[in-house]
Design a protein around this ligand. Structure first.
Ligand SMILES: C[S@@+](CC[C@H](N)C(=O)[O-])C[C@H]1O[C@@H](n2cnc3c(N)ncnc32)[C@H](O)[C@@H]1O
Length: 213
């Protein structure tokens, strides 16, 4: 097997059973260039229903963060403004994936990209709350689920729910959860959220803030 092919395929069995063939970076970039302005806008939402370990999502995050990093380095953003823009960028990226190891790898990869740029910009003055919020968002947005049956894999009796995060001013974040099957299947369609929450400050996004522990 060529090196390129090896990076795209983990095993023959996984290809046969799950169609797991990863897209290489050149193709990812060419496809994202077709929607370039959207990949550079912090609040444009992307949902990939078979995200693997995040080849597309990581490039989308890199592009969004490159824009806010540039603004921070040019002093157009304060640290707080950078943090808010970076959290907004991350909160707009979603994936659904069948295999647990890919889910874990995707979350870790996106967090690594987020933290690397954040720490490179702000070093010791980086805030733990910002990293906790990013970690929490990834735990919600990268979903261990089956995009064809609309069920979660980690809780098979539950439908997949997708959280919509919106900045509503003063750093407050509004969260509304929608049923994935209502979003994608015309026979189910509804634009009503299945859950709504009190706004939470963007540096305090965590399970406790949403009464989940
Ligand atoms: C062809 S790979 C593509 C991965 C990634 N999108 C990329 O381009 O590198 C397909 C991925 O979809 C996952 N998958 C297969 N069936 C799925 C399903 N019903 N729901 C969610 N993910 C699924 C596989 O585990 C695999 O990681």
């Amino acid at each position: 097997m060529s090196e390129e092919r090896e990076r795209q395929v983990k095993s023959r069995q996984r290809v046969t059973e799950h169609g797991e063939v990863f897209t290489n970076l050149r193709e990812v970039r060419a496809m994202l260039d077709l929607v370039k302005p959207e990949t550079e806008r912090m609040d444009s939402r992307f949902l990939e229903p078979a995200c693997g370990d995040g080849n597309f999502l990581s490039e989308i995050l890199r592009r969004k963060l490159a824009v806010c990093g540039q603004r921070a380095r040019g002093k157009a953003y304060t640290q707080l403004q950078y943090e808010q823009a970076a959290i907004l960028a991350l909160s707009s990226i979603y994936g659904i994936e069948l295999l647990a190891d890919n889910v874990a790898a995707c979350r870790a990869r996106l967090l690594g990209i987020f933290v690397e740029q954040y720490v490179a910009l702000y070093g010791k003055s980086h805030r733990a709350g910002c990293v906790t919020s990013a970690t929490y968002l990834l735990s919600k947005n990268i979903i261990h689920g089956n995009a064809l049956t609309y069920h979660r894999v980690d809780a098979p009796e539950q439908w997949i729910e997708v959280s919509e995060w919106s900045m509503i001013g003063n750093g407050m974040v509004n969260r509304r959860d929608y049923d994935f099957k209502y979003m994608v299947d015309r026979s189910f369609f509804s634009d009503q959220p299945v859950a709504t929450y009190q706004p939470v400050y963007f540096l305090n996004l965590n399970a406790q803030a949403y009464g989940e522990e």
